[in-house]
Design a protein around this ligand. Structure first.
Ligand code: HPA
Ligand SMILES: [Zn+2]
Length: 346
């Protein structure tokens, strides 16, 4: 079906209404400044900023590391199961408002266990929110445990050990934090172990790091999806392979602009990636820090890239549903809902 003829001025309404999956969201990156201050007060944690406005004013990033420094500082207010629950519920409410039917949510246990917060506290709070979101909001979700790549592989193994009693509470593992200088190869053994355990595998690659990191994420880690992946265009043979193998890329447009991966949204390569036939999806990454939740990412990308039309909107939403780790039955149901929404706009 062709949707190209749907008028451009109807795109915002269509982008908001279409059912979608979000596959690249760090739950700690959904912690809004207001909630950071509430939790700081509740838990008697001191912050380096006097108020919400001062904290928000510090969100001027020059690269990934400048963001990560402030992101880990923000997460320091999370101490109790209830804190993780409240943070995740706030995300699920925003996701529901954006017509996210399914989310695969990253969490960074090492950010918390390093501060003395037990793994159990983190997973209990997030799991309770996941179940509440399904029951009360109708938002389906799964959890993906991310290893911090600036830490050692031994530390990743120790985290996996702590997580194994909770094996059925998360579906897979990912790799995040400082990319440059921390190639996928560093985590080959722990990913091999996770693969043996039947966990789903994803990895951040090609955000700030070179295209070769995307190749090793595929060949060494056996990642099933690449988080970001926008630098794949520097290696045309890799682009062909990603297209042929239909490897999903979880692209985060606002994040890429805020972290200076692209100077402006008009220079983002989202449209190019789609033209090359890649299985691209749109996601928010760290919505509290980068200026918006998933719909804002769609809206700003479509506003800045005139090549994009309603046909691309359909492709992106459909890719997000198909690239998820949900059941075939759930995917079929959501795709039928997607088709019904687009039928209303024709
Ligand atoms: O965009 C990101 N890249 C790497 N690590 C991260 N941790 C949170 N967000 C990110
Ligand atoms: Zn990310």
């Amino acid at each position: 079906m062709s949707y190209e003829s749907i008028a451009r001025d109807r795109l915002p309404e269509l982008l908001r209404a279409m059912p979608k999956a979000e596959l690249h969201i760090h739950i700690e990156g959904s912690l809004e400044p207001e909630l950071i201050f509430q939790l700081a007060q509740r838990n008697q944690v001191g912050l380096a900023y006097p108020d919400v406005d001062a904290l928000r004013a510090a969100y001027a990033f020059t690269d990934l590391q400048s963001f990560l420094d402030i992101y880990y500082a923000g997460a320091s207010v999370l101490l109790k199961e209830e804190d993780f629950f409240d943070m995740a519920m706030a995300y699920y409410r925003r996701a529901q408002a954006d017509h996210v039917v399914h989310a695969e949510v990253f969490f960074d246990p090492q950010t918390h266990t390093a501060r003395g917060v037990p793994f159990e506290t983190v997973i209990r709070g997030l799991t309770r929110a996941k179940e509440t979101a399904q029951r009360e909001l109708g938002v389906s979700s799964e959890l993906i445990l991310c290893f911090l790549r600036h830490l050692s592989e031994d530390e990743a193994f120790a985290t996996l050990e702590q997580a194994l009693p909770w094996r059925d509470h998360f579906i897979g593992v990912g790799l995040d934090s400082s990319e440059r200088g921390n190639p996928p190869e560093k985590f080959a053994r722990v990913f091999a172990k996770c693969r043996e355990l039947g966990l789903r595998l994803v990895a951040h690659a090609g955000e700030e790091g070179p295209a070769s990191y995307i190749r090793s994420a595929l060949d060494v880690l056996h990642a099933e999806r690449i988080d970001h992946g926008v630098r794949c265009v520097e290696d045309p043979a890799l682009v062909e392979r990603l297209a042929a193998e239909r490897v999903p890329l979880t692209v985060c447009p606002l994040s890429n602009v805020k972290l200076c991966v692209f100077p402006t949204m008009a220079q983002h390569n989202l449209a190019t990636l789609l033209e090359r036939g890649l299985c691209v999806t749109v996601n928010s990454d760290d919505p509290a820090y980068f200026g918006g939740y998933v719909n804002q990412n769609y809206l700003e990308a479509f506003a800045a890239l005139p090549q994009l039309h309603a046909g691309h909107a359909y492709t992106l939403a459909r890719n997000s549903l198909e690239a998820s780790f949900a059941s075939d039955a759930d995917k079929a149901r959501w795709i039928a809902e997607l088709d019904a929404v687009f039928a209303r706009f024709r």
